[in-house]
Design a protein around this ligand. Structure first.
Ligand SMILES: NC(=O)c1ccc[n+]([C@@H]2O[C@H](COP(=O)([O-])OP(=O)(O)OC[C@H]3O[C@@H](n4cnc5c(N)ncnc54)[C@H](OP(=O)(O)O)[C@@H]3O)[C@@H](O)[C@H]2O)c1
Length: 325
């Protein structure tokens, strides 16, 4: 098969479109013919290298996969060749695209029990935008954050994968959404999508702007997977007993904090990691029945993965970048 292979860790020049041995399924696995693979910031981290998390090279990243079952292991009984699927990349043996060979290729091998049906009315491109972003946001907002109707939520990085999923879930349940992003154009798109208030944090102090937008009460819930310089100001935007949610640190994990806000406002800082298969199944259902509408910003052929990852690194997209073999 053809694959976009990371030959060694570093820049996008290390991604080579080339032949890779076809996968063969163990008894409990299936081979999926990949129709679309969504990009995540994780793909950038896997290529660049993560301290303390070695990835064996050469490697194929990509965990947000949709496609059609091509071959079935002997003990897989619930599925048949030709079924449309997406999948939970968190397998018992590790994460597909981070620890196990991923889906930025023509085929991928996955345990049958990780498959999720992709309804006919959800395209492969949309299906590849759901599992990681919406699964992560679903767990973070509801299982960990207990977000409720009527609460005020501030989402930083609202234009990206997990960010837009968080905005859409919050809108779906009737929360008031303050969406923050890095350009006026992205803010305009977020307004068009129904965000109650938008903040361009490249030109505005988002902490002050969110405070004002919440009628000087502060936000019930803050989503901050950016870290870095944004951490302390996001605490300042929270209300008394607010919840600050984090699932990542795109701009740096060694952020400075301001402990005064933690004790004076009795804030809860809640980490959220990964998602369950149920988070993904429910997200796909919400998409299929029209309650959520993932946005695919750009589609690239697999041979142009380096261009797609450059676009993600330059923050020049809105929603999800999708790759097609
Ligand atoms: N723990 C988990 O299970 C889990 C799962 C999924 C994702 N994550 C983490 O969540 C974060 C977001 O992932 P994603 O795939 O949604 O990323 P993404 O699609 O690239 O979106 C991230 C957004 O953050 C904003 N941003 C702010 N500062 C940035 C910076 N220094 N570099 C790049 N973008 C920056 C960008 O929007 P603007 O340009 O508008 O500012 C960008 O659109 C990542 O850190 C990822 O590792 C964790």
């Amino acid at each position: 098969m053809k694959a976009a292979v990371i030959e060694k860790q570093g820049g996008v020049e290390n991604i080579v479109y080339r032949d890779w041995e076809d996968p063969t399924p163990a008894d409990d696995e299936v081979i999926v013919s990949v129709r679309a693979c969504g990009l995540n910031h994780l793909d950038i981290f896997v290529r660049r290298g993560m301290p303390g998390f070695p990835v064996p090279m050469p490697f194929i990243s990509g965990g947000d996969i949709s496609g059609v079952i091509e071959e079935i292991g002997a003990s897989v009984s619930d599925w048949k060749v030709g079924d449309r699927v997406t999948m939970n990349p968190q397998t018992d043996g590790g994460m597909v695209g981070e620890e196990l060979i991923g889906g930025l290729a023509e085929k991928v091998c996955i345990p049958g029990k990780n498959l999720v049906p992709l309804p006919e009315n959800v395209s492969f491109e949309t299906g590849a935008a759901v599992p990681i972003n919406y699964g992560t946001a679903h767990r973070m907002l509801f299982t960990r954050g207990k977000l409720k109707k009527g609460e005020v939520i501030l989402v930083l990085g609202a234009s990206g994968g997990v960010g837009l999923a968080s905005v859409q879930f919050a809108q779906m349940i009737g929360a008031k959404v303050i969406a923050a992003a890095g350009t006026d154009e992205k803010c305009d798109r977020l307004s068009e999508l129904g965000a109650d208030h938008v903040i361009n944090y490249q030109v505005e102090d988002f902490s002050k702007a969110a405070w004002l937008a919440s009628d000087k009460k502060g936000c019930d819930v803050i989503v901050n997977f950016t870290g870095g310089d944004t951490w302390a100001p996001s605490l300042r935007a929270a209300k008394q007993r607010g919840r600050v949610l984090t699932c990542g640190a795109t701009a740096g994990h060694d952020a400075q904090t301001d402990l005064r806000y933690l004790w004076v406002r009795e804030l809860d800082v809640l980490g959220s990691n990964s998602y369950s298969q149920e988070d993904i199944v429910r997200s796909v259902d919400f998409v299929a029945n029209g309650q959520l509408a993932p946005i695919v910003s750009d589609i690239f052929p697999l041979k142009d993965l380096a261009k797609a990852e450059t676009l993600m690194e330059n923050r020049g997209f809105f929603g999800k970048i999708v790759i097609k073999p």
